[in-house]
Write a protein that binds this ligand. Structure first.
Ligand SMILES: [Zn+2]
Length: 212
């Protein structure tokens, strides 16, 4: 009889392949071109994270970082690029403050343009759009709000304002937008994070098409 049990190692390998596949998809969507953007997910008791400053559409499974529950890198010896994603402290804050099982950092132009319409608003909001239901817990008739923080010269310098924002997240928000920059979007698992990223992208595209 064939043993169909998936070992922990096989599971890590499969998750890494999935993250590389998603990076290629996100590159096609313009969310992680120019080496920007990033992705990470929980795996077992730890995490998997993308490397920094590389062409995201070309990342191979053996280039991804493995981390333990305390975010200590456990596969450094096998990696050529030793620099983990610049988003690491931001991903970490989101894992610590929410039920996220995966986090996507998107440089979507739809989101950046939507953020440029009104510079003083505390958040972007939508209501009475069927697409809102794609966000877990969100209801068609409710106003759905995603908070916005200001950009900083270095990605890691966003950590303080992002963490403060996570403390008072609006109902059902599964993202934080960064003005002039993009968004951090999460879900219970990687496929939910992907869905949320697609929904927020759609909602921003809609806002851009209807805002004069
Ligand atoms: Zn970025």
């Amino acid at each position: 009889m064939v043993d169909s049990t998936i070992t922990a190692r096989e599971q890590v390998t499969s998750s890494k392949s999935l993250l590389c596949e998603l990076l290629r998809q996100f590159y096609q969507l313009g969310w992680c071109t120019g080496t920007g953007g990033g992705i990470s997910m929980r795996e077992g008791a730890g995490y998997i994270m993308a490397p920094s400053g590389v062409a995201k559409e070309r990342v191979q499974p053996n280039e991804l970082f493995e981390m333990d529950r305390d975010f200590a890198i456990t596969n450094l010896d096998s990696l050529e690029n030793k620099k983990v994603s610049e988003c690491e402290p931001l991903f970490r804050a989101i894992y610590e403050k929410t039920d996220a099982g995966a986090v996507i950092h998107s440089h979507s132009v739809n989101i950046v343009v939507a953020l440029s319409h009104e510079r003083e608003i505390p958040g972007l909001s939508w209501e009475r759009l069927e697409m809102i239901k794609g966000i877990r817990g969100a209801v068609y008739t409710d106003k759905h709000v995603v908070p916005v923080i200001k950009n900083t010269p270095r990605e890691c310098e966003l950590t303080e304002s992002l963490t403060a924002c996570l403390e008072k997240l609006p109902n059902n928000a599964h993202g934080i937008f960064v003005r002039d920059h993009g968004a951090y979007i999460w879900g219970r698992d990687v496929m939910e994070a992907k869905r949320h990223a697609e929904v927020y992208d759609w909602l921003c595209q809609y806002k851009n098409a209807t805002t004069r």
